[in-house]
Design a protein around this ligand. Sequence first.
Ligand code: MEV
Length: 312
Amino acid sequence: MTTSSAPGKIILFGEHAVVYGRPALAVPVTQVHADAEVLDSARAGIWLQAPDIDLHAELHSLPSGHPIAAVIHSLFFLRRISPFPSLEITIRSTIPVASGLGSGAAVSVALTRALASHLNVSMTDEEVNAFVYEIEKIHHGTPSGIDNTVVTYSKPVYFTSGKPIETFTVGYPFTVVIGDTGIPAPTKQAVSDVRHLWMDNRSYWETIFDKIGIISFTARRAIEAGHWEVLGELMNENHEFLQEMKVSSLELDRLVKAALSAGALGAKMSGGGRGGNMIALVNAETAEAVTRSMREAGAKNVILTQVGQSDI
Ligand code: MEV
């Protein structure tokens, strides 16, 4: 039996602008994860169980565009695995689907690694990352690649599309509260709507994306130096730009406001937007009040995560 696990992720800074080549910061969230288990099967076929999405099926009964089927077909095609072996595959995930926490990328990474290892196919992190990026493209249209990168390496990343991957160390750990609106985040739609805005007035949006790029750059320095007030202010500024891009929503704004009014140092939506999650920067004194305030403002789920602890 072979198993593999991959974490969730949050984008701290730079979502959407990252699609246009600006830097963004993302970190893994190890409290939630996707796990894949692969076993040889006594019955012919590739049998899939994913109880969280109520999937119990043989591979060939799934449409070829199905995210899980796409991983298996693409990997077997790429590595010339033929005939198909008989396998029992189980996938479990505690990462809420379509919430901006990278559930799709995490399932793809965990499944790719479990399959590769079970079939003695050697794959470096770079190869897993490049492979999962191709899978992400099937589902998200024009992804920047940040989700698959942070999930594959399970480290904080300073990501610029097309540039060498920069993982970095968080000098001083800090705490982020993640609040889920409970509304599915239509990432593909949000990315496409931002593209329309950009096409209508490129020079204006290029300037905004530049400003967001500078926020990501400055935020990395603030994280390395432990300048939390600066980091919080940068989150607020980044959120305002995302509001201007029309990818925030009433629910996200309500949670951001609730976090700030309870003493968070900064807060912003995170990921594709229109739903999904927002994040708030807190310290030991404010964590509890911020969490309570976000729940009262409608957060369906709240996760407290330490960024920069030894496991990330
Ligand atoms: C989604 O997690 C982040 C976006 O910037 C899209 C992308 O980078 O592919 C909205």
